[in-house]
Design a protein around this ligand. Structure first.
Ligand code: ZN
Length: 326
């Protein structure tokens, strides 16, 4: 369950029951006075048990523990308040922290569903997603005064290590990686995953999430990384993986362009049905609603990218008030 990576740096596997990601990699860095935990898992009993057990195995001092959430997703930030000690600090990027504030304030109004609805996602399926998506149900419940906003370049010393925060918007608007320059170790969060492709969705208030993501890949591609420590699954070749992810999105963009040009006048929901997905379902309509939610989010991110560059165009209100693409 726990694994020593190098001196004073450990991985704790936190299971994510029923989630295709399977497990979150939580990292524990032992310091002299205070230690740091990077990412926590969902706010649910199974995750809490795993993390608690892992930290106990490592003889962590729960009274002197700070927590860094690489981004706002609930499988990373869900339990930050439960594991940071009473006088501890909870680090998160300024941008994701602000977004989390808004999300928690507007939670009951379900504003986070509005873009999907506008782009043709069926209303009944959307209610199902709102009630069942763990990302909404197992998120942290509030923000308290232990939270500390970090920015690109912020340095966090832990024991012999100096972690440098790298801002890599895309996967979330405030996603971060942590860089140990001297050791060549990169905590890649969900910006770079190795045997799964990081989900890129269209975020409310962000013009071009995919463009941001690709810029962030470009920004970090030449770092002399010797060891990657991703948010999920196993590490791999950092530089090769960045090239693969770049090519993946080029292919995806070509696929969306082709779908739009072949059948002009579709909504984003319909376009997503013409993209290839690694899901065994008979047809697009038979996709489980939560998988459809992610698929449409990804499709919209690719649409936004193509719109911004003038490859396709949006026609407002054509399909019962919904935008279509040509
Ligand atoms: Zn994530």
């Amino acid at each position: 369950m726990t694994e020593e990576i190098t001196k004073d740096i450990y991985r704790i596997g936190v299971s994510l029951p029923g989630n295709p990601l399977k497990e979150l990699n939580s990292y524990f860095i032992r310091g002299k006075d205070r230690s740091l935990l990077i990412d926590t898992g969902f706010r649910r009993p199974e995750c809490r048990k795993d993390l608690q057990k892992g930290l106990q195995e490592l003889c962590a001092d729960f009274d002197h523990l700070d927590v860094f959430a690489t981004h706002l997703h609930a499988d990373h930030s869900g339990m930050v308040r439960d594991f940071a000690s009473e006088d501890g600090t909870i680090f998160m990027s300024d941008s994701d922290l602000k977004r989390l504030h808004i999300f928690l304030d507007e939670w009951s109004e379900r504003k986070y569903l509005s873009r999907h609805l506008r782009e043709g996602f069926p209303e009944d399926k959307l209610s199902y997603v709102a009630d069942n998506n763990p990302a909404f149900q197992m998120t942290l419940e509030k923000i308290d005064d232990r939270f500390w906003a970090v920015e690109d370049g912020t340095e966090i010393p832990v024991g012999d290590y100096r972690l440098q925060v790298l801002s890599v918007p895309g996967h979330t608007p405030g996603n971060t990686m942590l860089w140990l320059k001297e050791q060549g170790i990169m905590f890649t969060s969900d910006h770079i995953l190795f045997d799964i492709t990081p989900n890129i969705t269209a975020w409310t208030g962000v013009e071009d999430s995919l463009g941001d993501y690709l810029n962030s890949l470009e920004k970090v591609k030449d770092y002399p990384v010797k060891l990657s420590l991703p948010g999920h699954r196993k590490p791999g070749d950092y530089h090769e993986r960045i090239r693969q992810l770049q090519r993946h999105h080029e292919r995806r963009l070509a696929e969306v362009t082709e779908a739009v040009k072949k059948r002009p006048g579709m909504t984003a929901y319909e376009i997503a049905g013409y993209m290839k997905w690694k899901i065994s379902a008979g047809s697009w309509d038979e996709f489980p609603p939560i998988q459809q939610w992610f698929a449409v989010g990804e499709c919209m991110a690719h649409i936004d990218y193509l719109l911004k560059r003038g490859v396709i165009r949006r026609e407002e209100g054509a399909a019962g008030g919904r935008p279509v693409y040509k």
